[in-house]
Design a binder for this molecule. Sequence first.
Ligand code: ACO
Length: 371
Amino acid sequence: MSPYAHITGWGMAVPERILTNQELEKMVDTSDDWIVTRTGIRERRIASDGETTASLATKASLKALDVANIAPAEVDLIIVSTSSPEYLFPATASIVQDNLGANKAGAFDILAACTGFIFGLNIASQAIRSGSIKNSLIIGSETLSRIIDWNDRATCVLFGDGAGAFVLQAGEEESGLLSAVMRSDGSGKDMLCIPGGGSRFPTSVETVNQGMHFVKMNGREVYRFATRVMVQSTHEVVRKANLSLDDIDLVIPHQANKRIIETAARNLNIPMDRCVLNIDRFGNTSTASIPIATCEAIAEGKLNPGDNVVFVGFGAGLTWGAAVVRWSGPFPGLRVVRPPAIRFYARLRSFVKRILRKIDAVIWGSLDSRR
Ligand code: ACO
């Protein structure tokens, strides 16, 4: 029988710097009242100079590995979902792999905007279910503050920075990811996009002058699409898991707008106390919002082993999706691994490898010149 993909570890990392609505009132023509009534957001976290998408992802991953009690060297696959990657390439996941010292892991990024974490969760789960891998890290990480136009009140009040990570492990018991739905409709590509900096409009003085490297959004259209697909995909994924909505203990939706979540919950006939909402403190952290909200739900005792939880999200692409998970919690283990303590050795190992690569290049360079 094929193994199940259990979620056995979780962790989140958010920058310390808080940006309040009152501060935004001084930056653009907006008000605390407008932002709170239209979105539910009161404050968001903003990365400081030293913080990046990879550094937040690494912090969240170390916490997740610590909870799961597994060493970085036991991880077979690292997937980072992000719309604000460290570079166009290499993948942010490769940097996280090196930071962690996960020397046996394949690593790659996925780009499905806010839905990316759900897609990544499904990809990693299917790799486990097929028997191809045993342990995986799936991370949602964003530093959206770096790609926002801080003069555009329609977008700058919405987004925040942060990261969340899950550890997935193979297990025999029928639990973990039970079903998933992944959807996309590229005809809505213009509703939410960063037009410049890719192969279509490579970075130039002109693209920068026109602000094409910033997020552009048609908020009203995204709003209408979001309320529709959240309901559709929740129904579909619950059906696929052979469950009914009454069997669902908790819904953890993408935190884009409190009103979108309330409308979807109303249409699903699910009371708000069965929905996790933390947008007031973090804003929209895109693909990081679901794992961050999950970590908070666990800390508050809202999600326990045996519970059925729905993750549901939507985003640029357009993309949307949902997953049903029977919550597992960490596997019991006899030994104690301390992944954060391994961080020092990971740094040392990376440093030594870079030095060796330089020495190698010098030796081969001198041999080549003698030929
Ligand atoms: N402060 C004050 N007024 C504002 C602000 C602001 N920050 N932003 C817009 N307004 C004004 C508009 O200019 C408009 O003024 P007008 O009537 O004079 O033209 C008025 O407020 C209403 O604007 P709408 O866009 O109709 O406002 P709406 O009620 O739709 O709320 C919002 C806007 C919050 C953006 C909403 O549409 C929304 O949440 N949409 C979904 C966005 C979303 O979820 N995006 C993320 C997707 S996930 C991802 O992939 C990253």
